[in-house]
Design a protein around this ligand. Structure first.
Ligand SMILES: [Zn+2]
Length: 378
């Protein structure tokens, strides 16, 4: 195009030059400008639109066949019954969130940990000693983990919002004195900015205890979420709707009353849940809920769940019959954290490799099937 333009300009200049004797006063630069403008006008002049006399025949386009999407990443690093499940039903939205460079990179992983007591003496039951607790915290920090809170967790699990590539969500169950948090958790908030979730029991008693926990809540780094109202009767498949609602809504009411915040996370008391409770929870505003089942870490659109009771984990209630992985998220017991950190990291690394291996296919699928309606991936 450029060479044609120059050629045309050259011809016009030659033409002008040969059009008889020009007035000697003509400034050559003016003539050239005129020639240029003429040439330009010719080039940019609209060509006559041909009259359409017939129905236009559309150019035949070869429809592109979308490739088959790869399955959910599976791993031999989990027990065979603890099978990772996808929960995002809209595959276009999933792919867009997954490959959006402003969101969490594929392989971003969360180790959710359940804490009970931290004993200054010997460990008993579900508790750990102070020294083991310190070892857990140091191991996680040295392994590159960062603690997140419940809102970050929900934004990640729903939308793949950006969180640290190796994240940890600490959930302390039950009521504690402020001393518990000041002794065992505040140092990590002060050193590393780490927060801790407390599944608090909603029963409206002990206003003194509510007051000291409400003061911590106001500081922001102890993130209070719901752990039932009366708490001591776990929800089970036999639980009536009235009981489920009184437990789940009752905890919201108390936390709103004493702490002026609305919980979005539910920690199933005693690890008990049912299909009905898993259905009711989101209608009350819960975004996520947590079991006592130790099955593995979680990622965006990736939650290990079991279909049935199995010998490798006989006390764990199977989650898939309840029908919503986001409401039955597994947790590691604190006493088992140290021996599992390496496994969690390895799963994250495998997931990164699997995502990279499938990136081309997923982006091609997105381009064909999704991009027209969902737009380009940021
Ligand atoms: Zn409890």
């Amino acid at each position: 195009m450029k060479s044609r333009f120059i050629l045309t300009l050259g011809l016009l200049t030659a033409l002008l030059a040969s059009c008889g004797p020009s007035a000697p006063t003509t400034d050559p630069s003016i003539a050239l400008t005129a020639a240029f403008e003429t040439a330009f006008a010719q080039l940019s002049a609209p060509t006559a639109t041909p009259q359409i006399t017939d129905t236009p025949v559309p150019t035949p386009t070869v429809p592109r066949t979308p490739p088959a999407l790869p399955g959910t990443y599976q791993t031999s690093l989990l027990k065979s019954h603890d099978i990772p499940r996808a929960y995002v039903t809209d595959s276009c939205q999933y792919l867009k969130n997954k490959w959006d460079s402003t969101k969490s990179a594929p392989g971003t992983i969360v180790m959710v940990i359940m804490h009970h007591g931290i004993n200054k003496g010997a460990a008993s039951g579900n508790d750990v000693t102070v020294s083991v607790h310190k070892q857990i915290m140091n191991d996680l920090h040295e392994s590159g983990f960062t603690a997140i809170n419940m809102q970050q967790m929900a934004d990640f699990m729903y939308d793949n919002a950006k969180i640290p590539q190796r994240s940890v969500l600490f959930i302390v169950d039950d009521r504690h004195f402020a001393e518990y948090f000041n002794d065992h958790w505040r140092p990590y908030f002060e050193q590393w900015g780490w927060s801790v979730v407390n599944g608090y029991i909603g029963i409206d008693e002990r206003t003194d205890l509510w007051a000291e926990n409400a003061a911590l809540s106001a500081e922001g780094w102890v993130d209070y979420q719901s752990h039932g109202y009366i708490h001591n009767i776990p929800i089970s498949e036999g639980s009536a709707d009235d009981f489920i609602i009184s437990e789940m809504q009752g905890a919201i009411n108390s936390i709103q009353k004493y702490m002026n915040k609305t919980p979005i996370g539910y920690i199933w008391p005693g690890g008990g849940f049912s299909r009905r409770a898993v259905e009711i929870g989101p209608t009350l505003g819960y975004k996520l809920a947590f079991t006592v089942n130790q099955r593995g870490p979680v990622m965006y659109n990736w939650i290990p769940q079991a279909d049935a009771v199995n010998a490798s984990n006989p006390l764990a209630i199977p989650e898939t019959p309840a029908g919503n992985p986001l409401m039955t998220i597994p947790r590691y017991w604190s006493a088992n954290v140290r021996e599992n950190i390496g496994n969690v990291i390895a799963i994250g690394d495998e997931a990164i490799a699997y995502a990279e291996q499938n990136k081309g296919v997923e982006l091609e699928y997105y381009d064909i099937v999704c991009a027209p309606a969902y737009g380009p991936i940021p």
